[in-house]
Design a protein around this ligand. Structure first.
Ligand code: MG
Ligand code: MG
Length: 249
């Protein structure tokens, strides 16, 4: 069931969103050659807990980290590890959620470590651009297909594609709520948006084929053809006018 948030719920989600955005920023600042993904996870967890919040992902379905940290051909759900070292030239996707006052925030970004390839740079740029193309349609009265098609159309202009198996979602008391928010679709189709709906819009973009597979640990999602992948996400409040990015700081 799709939840329309009360004004009090929206206020609580602003706090959860701000903490999420700060934690993601701090995690991104820590992306450097030689650093482990566990180190970044520690920084993120520390900030969330310092704010009196809880990491949304920690323990979610048994997930052992506070953030998902996924490198290069890894799309999402990378488990932080002291043995997973980031190197110059890597692109590092960090996905974070914070829970406070009964509500979650959810946000992700792909960060560049040092000098990366032109393809990687373009992929990350295209993913962020696609998010903003999509979010422009996140207005009461529009439909989810308007958002998804704008995202997909934009990445295809670069020759990139979007992951089909994983999609955005409603956010609120639960990290993942209805509706599903695909990064593809048809204008004028899909669920209609109403004021005070809150959705995570999160393009997952691949440089090659859009096909993905889940790794042996049951979590890590990589591209099947090992092409690079990029992720960009904000928790978005729907209004009658400009959408509000609750996780943008
Ligand atoms: Mg996320
Ligand atoms: Mg999400």
């Amino acid at each position: 069931m799709i939840q329309i948030k009360s004004d009090a719920a929206v206020a609580a989600m602003r706090t959860a969103g701000r903490i999420t955005g700060e934690a993601l920023y701090l995690g991104g600042q820590a992306v450097k050659d030689g650093v482990s993904t566990k180190h970044i996870d520690d920084i993120i967890r520390h900030h969330i807990e310092k704010c009196g919040a809880k990491p949304s992902f920690l323990g979610y379905g048994g997930f052992p980290g506070s953030a998902c940290i996924s490198i290069n051909d890894e799309v999402i759900h990378g488990i932080p590890s002291k043995d997973r070292i980031i190197h110059n030239g890597d692109i590092v996707s960090i996905d974070v959620g914070a829970f406070i006052g009964g509500y979650h925030g959810d946000s992700a970004c792909t960060f560049l470590c040092g000098q990366v390839s032109e393809e990687a740079k373009t992929l990350v740029k295209a993913t962020e651009e696609a998010f903003y193309k999509g979010v422009a349609f996140a207005v009461a009265g529009n439909r989810l297909g308007d958002i998804g098609s704008a995202i997909h159309e934009h990445v295809m202009t670069y020759g990139f594609d979007v992951v089909r198996e994983y999609v955005g979602h409603g956010v609120g008391r639960n990290l993942h709520e209805d509706p599903e928010v695909p990064n593809y679709g048809h204008p004028g189709h899909g669920v209609r948006l109403y004021k005070n709906m809150v959705i995570a819009i999160e393009p997952m973009v691949t440089a090659g084929s859009h096909e993905v597979r889940v790794g042996k640990d049951g979590w890590l999602v990589t591209t099947r053809d090992h092409s690079l992948a990029s992720h960009y996400e904000h928790t978005v409040l729907i209004t009658d006018g400009e959408p509000v990015l609750l996780t943008k700081i």
